[in-house]
Design a protein around this ligand. Structure first.
Ligand code: ADP
Ligand code: MG
Length: 226
């Protein structure tokens, strides 16, 4: 299993108040799996991906990602874990505006122990159909093209796990399916496991393995189910 968790809880603590966002009894994803998690805004999806990426400390329970136990791991070690194993795609692409498509992908290699490799970066941009956009800046590209650059960048470190947070929510409807198919294809080709979260019902139709946050996160169940 590339992801395995038991009794995972994330509690935000403001000093005065405890606010539990995640309470997930059990979940696992096999290596190479492609999972879409569907849930409305505010249900804890981004918090869940941040947790899988090692961006948040675990309040209680167990979480193993890529064979690494994240509970109790120091922030520095979680940063190292993320650099080694995880790629991330955001709703708003998070490309660096002052850099070209090729440079953005090369920057994705910066935190890797491997040296940055322009030939590999070009290959990745070719795989997402952008070999004609290497020298374009984000502002010169459509939103669909920018998200494809972000997909190439996310794979630049050869991650074992790719996390995608609402990757199509900012795209024009005609580009959504394109970007999703590219994402699913490239993950398949690279043997990279994909976990995507979304509030868009049409997105989960392309996935064989889907989860609704309602069935998944006991905090959310409590609020909505009464
Ligand atoms: P989603 O991605 O499904 O829209 P989020 O994971 O962003 O949901 O947020 C889930 C809940 O956790 C929201 O109520 C949000 O306000 C709260 N939350 C998120 N981050 C923090 C934080 N750092 N401190 C306190 N509350 C937070
Ligand atoms: Mg979110």
């Amino acid at each position: 299993m590339i992801i395995e968790l038991d009794s995972l809880e994330i509690i935000f603590d403001s000093g005065k108040e405890h606010f539990k966002v995640l309470d997930i009894p059990h979940w696992q994803v096999a290596e190479g799996g492609q999972v879409a998690i569907f849930g409305p805004s505010g249900s804890g999806k981004s918090t869940f991906l941040h947790t899988l990426a090692g961006l948040l400390p675990i309040s209680s329970g167990k979480l193993s990602v890529c064979g690494q136990a994240l509970e109790g791991m120091s922030e520095a070690n979680r940063d190292q874990f993320r650099a080694q194993y995880v790629g991330y795609i955001y709703q708003n692409f998070n490309l660096l505006q002052g850099f070209t498509a090729l440079e953005n992908v090369l920057l994705g290699m910066t935190f890797s122990p491997r040296k940055s490799d322009p030939e590999e970066a070009k290959r990745l941009l070719d795989e997402v159909g952008l070999s004609h956009r290497l020298k374009y800046h984000p502002s010169q590209m459509s939103s669909g093209e920018q998200q494809r650059v972000a997909v190439a960048r996310a794979l630049a470190n050869r991650p074992k796990l790719l996390l995608a947070d609402e990757p199509t929510a900012s795209l024009h409807p005609v580009n959504k399916e394109d970007v999703l198919r590219i994402l699913l294809d490239i993950c398949n080709r690279h043997g990279c496991t994909l976990v995507l979260v979304t509030h868009e019902r049409e997105v989960i139709g392309l996935f064989e393995n889907t989860v609704t946050f309602l069935e998944f996160n006991r905090v959310y169940q409590g609020t909505v189910g009464g």
